[in-house]
Ligand binder design. Structure first.
Ligand SMILES: *[C@@H]1O[C@H](CO)[C@@H](O)[C@H](O)[C@H]1NC(C)=O
Ligand SMILES: *[C@@H]1O[C@H](CO)[C@@H](O)[C@H](O)[C@H]1NC(C)=O
Ligand SMILES: *[C@@H]1O[C@H](CO)[C@@H](O)[C@H](O)[C@H]1NC(C)=O
Ligand SMILES: *[C@@H]1O[C@H](CO)[C@@H](O)[C@H](O)[C@H]1NC(C)=O
Ligand SMILES: *[C@@H]1O[C@H](CO)[C@@H](O)[C@H](O)[C@H]1NC(C)=O
Ligand SMILES: *[C@@H]1O[C@H](CO)[C@@H](O)[C@H](O)[C@H]1NC(C)=O
Ligand SMILES: *[C@@H]1O[C@H](CO)[C@@H](O)[C@H](O)[C@H]1NC(C)=O
Ligand SMILES: *[C@@H]1O[C@H](CO)[C@@H](O)[C@H](O)[C@H]1NC(C)=O
Ligand SMILES: *[C@@H]1O[C@H](CO)[C@@H](O)[C@H](O)[C@H]1NC(C)=O
Ligand SMILES: *[C@@H]1O[C@H](CO)[C@@H](O)[C@H](O)[C@H]1NC(C)=O
Ligand SMILES: *[C@@H]1O[C@H](CO)[C@@H](O)[C@H](O)[C@H]1NC(C)=O
Ligand SMILES: *[C@@H]1O[C@H](CO)[C@@H](O)[C@H](O)[C@H]1NC(C)=O
Length: 595
């Protein structure tokens, strides 16, 4: 098993001349490039498992944001070395297959890149880095993550947690992938001679959580991380997906979905102009929250035609349902007026969870966000609307809290708001150092020069944007305890920048606020920051539809907030204490601090 970088002369030989993909992409060269036993503590590569084969002119690649924007717009093709290899944890006798895509030498820009997954899936694609001239990889994480979502593997059976899979999904599998992939890439190209290998992570939703997990646990390994709408504070986040149903159950009122859609639409209409411009986008949900009373919508008429609708699973899949986490259900025509109960449901959801003592447990989605989790189901037998518990939350409760191998809660009998808080507390404590992903002390990342771009759609209906604000505030208070706000903001801006994206939904544009801006160049921005020292002061974001299509807006860096004044061609970024205060929460329903 023992091998070293220098037993095979090929790597050294090819490094000295202009090597081609054919020269480098051989089993022998990859075997000689594997990090030797003892160089990565606790990890032993298995050279006999290496495969290597060149792939030519593949129309793959395209980083994460390009895929989100509807697929790569360019017809670029890439040639790369497709490498597979397995490793084992010392003394454990496990086998973890991983895959790498190493660009042809003329494309390689001394970069290593990992892309995040979504829902309970790690990314199974190793080619995400090719468009950046980066080597990149994907991991089976020890539970065949190429073919399984982690939630299918978290329990061996009722009551029995698969902790290996849990830590692997939590953070270890990706950290190990990077610590193997970096020296492998350097030796593969013969560039392990002190040439800096710039290392990036990019992801959104659980991919954003994965990015944060790497910043928190493997900080020294990464130079630049782009983390969108992270699904972190995992216990609170997942149980929050049960909140809408719990409100309906507690009120014993199941609103027609059309009534809630009307409430959302009317809120957007009412709050659109509060940011200084009427463009269909609520760029200041804080001003909406502070100035708009949902009750004013009571009595407004709504109508929705009968339909067989398909609702999205927002990244966390409804596993028992069809592809991409969607469910199809019949809805009759709905013609009515918004009533006080409809408003009470919406208000409760936007307010977030409190226990029976009135102590806050978690944040809600920003006012004006879609109320997807609250969607009830039509019961043909009773001709009425009925409870539909989103499996995003229900499955978390059954599998991770109750430890029952069931895909959803069957009902909410006996469940109160206090029960939800208990579920959060149990999940938080049980998975504190695996899934929770809220460590606020980022000194290893910061002191090794890492840069973090963190963004969140302000109208995200799946992961509350305030949950990202709270993490930024936690890092600020833990790492800059004695600094003034101005000092802390200035210091953080040098390495950790956070942006709210007006109107944007969950890792994608918002069909109800389609005129909102969307950042297109996050990787270009972080690469410029890391490699050229160009620190951003804002993010460029492009409007793709409506009267302002083509406009590039400069997104304000938190805690500054956008405001149009007069006929300005871009919003100004203002500091508004009342707004910041509205984003600031204390979770006193828990005894432990919630970072
Ligand atoms: C890949 O594309 C290039 C440029 O179009 C072409 O020269 C080359 O022959 C192609 N290689 C293969 C293996 O198809
Ligand atoms: C990469 O190699 C593995 C192992 O041989 C193979 O299963 C996979 O299909 C290859 N991928 C591509 C894109 O050729
Ligand atoms: C290691 O695992 C293999 C099967 O994966 C098994 O055949 C072998 O006996 C195990 N070795 C030890 C020392 O447990
Ligand atoms: C696990 O527990 C649930 C709930 O009690 C039960 O329905 C299910 O049959 C159990 N599964 C097994 C494999 O025992
Ligand atoms: C180190 O590797 C890089 C990339 O292959 C190469 O350009 C450079 O010349 C090498 N430097 C030395 C001192 O060998
Ligand atoms: C809400 O607004 C969207 C357009 O933004 C429209 O398609 C939909 O029908 C409206 N829904 C209701 C219930 O008014
Ligand atoms: C909103 O309006 C309702 C009905 O007029 C009123 O009862 C309630 O107190 C108002 N809420 C706030 C926060 O002003
Ligand atoms: C909705 O109901 C109102 C009042 O009953 C009626 O006037 C209107 O025509 C209905 N709308 C549709 C589209 O059926
Ligand atoms: C409910 O009734 C509608 C209209 O009659 C029908 O189209 C639909 O298939 C029924 N759904 C179920 C689940 O039976
Ligand atoms: C803040 O100040 C206190 C008292 O001077 C000191 O003990 C502590 O280490 C400081 N904390 C930080 C993060 O600098
Ligand atoms: C934003 O766009 C302007 C104009 O094209 C450019 O100069 C600037 O570098 C961009 N900033 C970022 C952070 O991408
Ligand atoms: C904005 O420009 C329009 C047209 O040029 C003008 O009529 C309007 O008064 C301006 N508004 C402000 C607030 O300056």
């Amino acid at each position: 098993m023992r091998h070293s970088l220098f037993t095979t002369p090929l790597a050294l030989a090819v490094a000295t001349s202009a090597a081609t993909l054919e020269d480098l992409c051989t089993v022998e060269n990859v075997q000689s490039a594997l990090p030797a036993d003892g160089t990565i503590l606790g990890i032993d590569l298995l050279p006999d498992t290496v495969t290597a084969a060149a792939v030519y002119n593949a129309s793959t690649g395209g980083g994460m944001m390009k895929r989100q924007a509807g697929g790569s717009t360019s017809s670029a093709t890439y040639s790369y070395c497709n490498v597979t290899v397995s490793y084992t944890h010392t003394g454990k006798n496990d086998t973890i297959p991983v895959i790498f895509a190493l660009p042809q030498p003329s494309d390689f820009k001394n970069r290593f890149y990992l892309g995040g997954g979504g829902g309970f899936s790690l990314s199974s694609s190793a080619t995400g880095g090719l468009s950046y001239g980066a080597a990149s990889g994907a991991t089976s994480a020890g539970y065949d993550a190429f073919n399984n979502a982690y939630d299918a593997k978290v329990l061996y059976g009722n009551g029995s947690i698969n902790w290996d899979a849990t830590y692997a999904f939590g953070y270890t599998a990706l950290g190990e992938l990077t610590s193997i992939g970096k020296p492998l890439s350097q030796a593969f190209y013969g560039s392990g001679n002190g040439t800096k290998l710039y290392t990036y992570f990019e992801g959104c939703s659980d991919g954003g959580r994965e990015g944060m997990s790497q910043v928190q646990r493997w900080g020294e390994e990464y130079d630049g991380v782009v983390a969108g709408a992270p699904a972190f504070r995992f216990a609170q986040q997942q149980v929050t997906h049960v909140l809408s149903s719990a409100i309906e159950h507690t009120m014993d009122y199941y609103p027609p979905p059309c009534a809630l859609k009307k409430i959302v639409n009317a809120t957007i209409d009412a709050c659109d102009s509060l940011d200084g411009r009427t463009d269909g986008v609520v760029s200041r949900t804080d001003l909406c929250m502070l100035n708009f009373n949902l009750s004013s919508i009571v009595g407004e008429a709504y109508y929705c035609a009968a339909q067989s609708s398909t609702s999205l699973g927002f990244g966390f899949s409804k596993r028992q349902a069809g592809p991409a986490g969607s469910t199809t259900s019949y809805q009759p025509a709905q013609n009515g007026t918004v009533n006080a109960n409809d408003i009470a449901v919406a208000q409760g959801i936007y307010d977030g969870l409190f226990n029976s003592q009135g102590q806050r447990a978690y944040v809600g989605w920003q006012i004006g966000s879609e109320l997807s989790d609250a969607t009830t189901t039509w019961d043909n037998d009773t001709n009425s609307w009925a409870l539909s518990i989103p499996s995003t939350g229900g499955e978390y409760v059954t599998k991770f809290v109750q430890l029952l191998n069931l895909d959803n809660l069957s009902d909410l009998e006996g469940v109160t708001y206090d029960t939800l808080v208990d579920w959060m507390n149990t999940g938080m404590i049980r998975y504190m150092d695996s899934l929770q992903t809220t460590l606020p002390d980022l000194r290893p990342f910061q002191s090794s020069g890492g840069k973090l771009l963190h963004y969140h759609g302000e109208s995200d209906p799946s992961i509350p944007s305030a949950s990202s604000v709270h993490y930024w505030q936690s890092v600020r208070s833990i790492m800059y305890a004695n600094a003034t706000d101005e000092e802390a903001q200035e210091a953080m801006s040098d390495w950790y920048q956070f942006y709210l994206i007006p109107g944007y939904a969950h890792c994608g544009s918002n069909s109800l606020q389609p005129n909102g801006p969307a950042p297109q160049d996050n990787m270009a921005t972080i690469i410029d920051w890391v490699e050229n020292g160009i620190k951003p002061s804002h993010l460029n974001a492009t409007v793709s539809s409506g009267d302002y299509a083509g406009e590039v807006q400069k997104l304000c860096q938190w805690p500054q907030r956008p405001k149009w004044s007069g006929n300005s061609t871009d919003f100004e970024c203002e500091t508004d204490e009342a707004s910041i205060e509205s984003w600031t929460y204390t979770f006193d329903a828990f005894k432990l601090p919630v970072y």
